[in-house]
Design a protein around this ligand. Structure first.
Ligand code: SF4
Length: 78
C-alpha cells in the first residue's frame, strides 16, 4: 500500500501520487499517460497532472490496481 508520507517529490498535489517504492516498470505511464510520467534523472514515476475527467480517473485507478509494488495511492487529499 502506498504511503502518502513517502511521495516522490515531483507529484503534483491532489488525490493520486506515486511513492518511493516505484520500480520504474512503466505500467502506469502506459495505462494513464495523461497523468503519469517518468522522472528521468531519478528513474521513477510521478503524477504530473491529476485526472480531470471520468476516463482519466478510470485510467489512474487501473494503474493503481496494476502497479506491481503498490506504489500508487489515491488518498493524497486526506
Ligand atoms: S506501475 Fe508502479 S512500479 Fe510501475 S512505474 Fe508506475 S508507480 Fe512505478
Amino acid at each position: 500500500m502506498a504511503d502518502k508520507e513517502d511521495k516522490n517529490e515531483e507529484n503534483v498535489g491532489g488525490t493520486f501520487y506515486v511513492d518511493s517504492q516505484c520500480i520504474d516498470c512503466d505500467l502506469c505511464r502506459e495505462t494513464a499517460p495523461n497523468n503519469f510520467t517518468r522522472a528521468d534523472d531519478e528513474g521513477y514515476s510521478y503524477v504530473f497532472k491529476q485526472p480531470e475527467n471520468d476516463d482519466e480517473i478510470e485510467q489512474c485507478r487501473e494503474a493503481m490496481e496494476g502497479c506491481p509494488v503498490e506504489a500508487i495511492g489515491d488518498d493524497g487529499n486526506e
